[in-house]
Design a protein around this ligand. Structure first.
Ligand SMILES: Cc1cc2nc3c(=O)[nH]c(=O)nc-3n(C[C@H](O)[C@H](O)[C@H](O)COP(=O)(O)OP(=O)(O)OC[C@H]3O[C@@H](n4cnc5c(N)ncnc54)[C@H](O)[C@@H]3O)c2cc1C
Length: 418
């Protein structure tokens, strides 16, 4: 029994029942479950206004969760990727946009945190990294700073297939950044933007990717474009423009060349968007059961569970949910540096399954609950719209997962095209 989670019916818990959790994980999941209902209550407004969930971030800050993935020696909660994913999925049950933006922040501490500990660095690089990350972590833990993760540019770079077009030129004491990032979640809300860019050399190379934290108020940084999308509206993912933005050397979140190593050796980092959608899938299923049982607060207690078609639909949803959850949890067990090939292929399959099934479960939920579930007063139509976004998110979109599985199943590493 997950005794630390008394309020959650295990069918609706991210881990289900009898999943091995350590004490820290139980406490963190209980905390996320405690915050969740407040997030759920605010979700409709953020969605309607397409506004950033500032109140939820105040709660996360207050609960110490901004430091979730900051290593304990820097004052954080020291969550590894698996623990992060379980917490993130739990938040995703209550507010997708909060969970998705929290992903951008938490991963900004995961990359330079526990993940970087596994990477090869020279003594000098390690010393530099310790110095720089101490600064970033202090901002988060002591000052409650929020980091965003704007990687996408509308080119092949975010898919991991070309160098980023945003460049950083070395100048005395730091870097001058120029370029553009699209779909920057937390735009206008983040204190720092953890930007991936390429060191400006005569020939741009993915090996020269730099990971720099640019203050939200830096001169030369502007937020442009409107934001009125289908789903995930509370992420406020507008465009960032960088015009000769200076950042000092300590803005580096990883030493030169290390992000490229991290991206190649830690593929599970690219699954970290999926917990949000795992949470949405659970929420859509849970809502459907409660609705058919006539147990949705604020709704008349009309029962619809006696119809065989509803029972079959719920059965179909449960089968999909369990398939998705099983693969999600299995994938998290695999997450480590240099995973074997089967684990990498499984990670693609898990990401694909979670993103596609979250939307499919939400679709079935709407069909099953019927016309009233289309109303904005109920959360289902939002879950449906939010869940549509997952499969579109780079670098592991549903399409690119299939692309990678097909290619890597048929070619061993280093084998050339036929
Ligand atoms: C709600 C939301 C929030 C987001 N937040 C962030 C964020 O905080 N940070 C961030 O960096 N990004 C973020 N993104 C962006 C996201 O990850 C993608 O970069 C974006 O959706 C790409 O849009 P696009 O149509 O320009 O993609 P395109 O590059 O035009 O790609 C379109 C599709 O083509 C396929 N494709 C792309 N490249 C290749 C290739 N080389 N080979 C084969 N197929 C390919 C992919 O399946 C892709 O979905 C967010 C997106 C959404 C929807």
């Amino acid at each position: 029994m997950d005794t630390a989670l008394p309020l959650t019916d295990p069918r609706y818990a991210v881990t289900g029942s009898n999943y091995p959790l350590n004490g820290k994980q139980k406490a963190l999941l209980a905390l996320a479950e405690e915050l969740g209902p407040r997030f759920a209550a605010r979700a409709e407004r953020y969605d309607r206004e397409a506004s950033f969930p500032f109140e939820n971030y105040a709660d996360l800050r207050q609960a110490g969760l901004l430091g979730l993935c900051v290593p304990e020696k820097f004052g954080g909660k020291g969550a590894d990727l698996r623990t992060y994913a379980l917490v993130s999925a739990t938040l995703g049950k209550y507010c997708g946009a909060t969970a998705l933006t929290f992903n951008m922040h938490a991963c900004s501490t995961l990359w330079p945190g526990v993940l970087a500990d596994d990477l090869d660095m020279t003594r000098e690089q390690r010393a530099e990294h310790e110095k720089h990350r101490a600064l970033h972590f202090e901002r988060v833990v002591k000052h409650g700073a929020v980091y965003a993760q704007p990687f996408s540019e509308g080119s092949a770079a975010a898919a991991g297939k070309a160098p980023f077009g945003t460049t950083a030129s070395k100048v005395d004491g730091g870097w001058l950044v120029n370029g553009k990032k699209i779909f920057a979640s937390l735009s206008g809300a983040a204190d720092y933007y953890g930007v991936l860019c390429t060191e400006n050399k005569p020939e741009l190379s993915m090996r020269d990717t730099l990971y720099l934290a640019i203050p939200g108020k830096a001169p030369g940084l502007s937020v442009t474009g409107d934001w009125d999308p289908l789903g995930m509206r509370g992420t406020v993912s507008r465009t960032l423009l960088f015009k000769d933005v200076f950042v000092p050397d300590e803005a580096a979140m990883m030493p030169r060349g290390i992000y490229f190593q991290a991206a190649s050796r830690w593929p599970h980092m690219f699954t970290t968007l999926s917990p949000t959608y795992m949470g949405i899938a659970i929420a859509a299923y849970e809502f459907t059961v409660r609705y058919l049982r006539g147990e949705v607060p604020g709704m008349p207690p009309v029962k619809r569970r006696m119809y065989p078609t509803k029972q079959i639909a719920v059965a179909e949803m449960w089968v999909k949910l369990e398939q998705t959850r099983a693969l999600f949890l299995r994938m998290l067990e695999d997450a480590r540096v240099d995973p074997p090939k089967d684990a990498r292929l499984r990670a693609y399959a898990a990401q694909y399954t979670i993103m596609e099934n979250a939307n499919d479960i939400s679709r079935l939920a709407i069909r099953t609950c019927g016309g009233q579930s289309m109303l904005k007063s109920l959360p289902l139509e939002r879950l449906y719209r939010d869940s549509r976004c997952g499969a579109l998110m780079l670098p592991w979109t549903a399409e690119l997962c299939l692309d990678r599985i097909g290619r890597e199943a048929l070619y061993e590493s280093g084998e050339a095209d036929d």
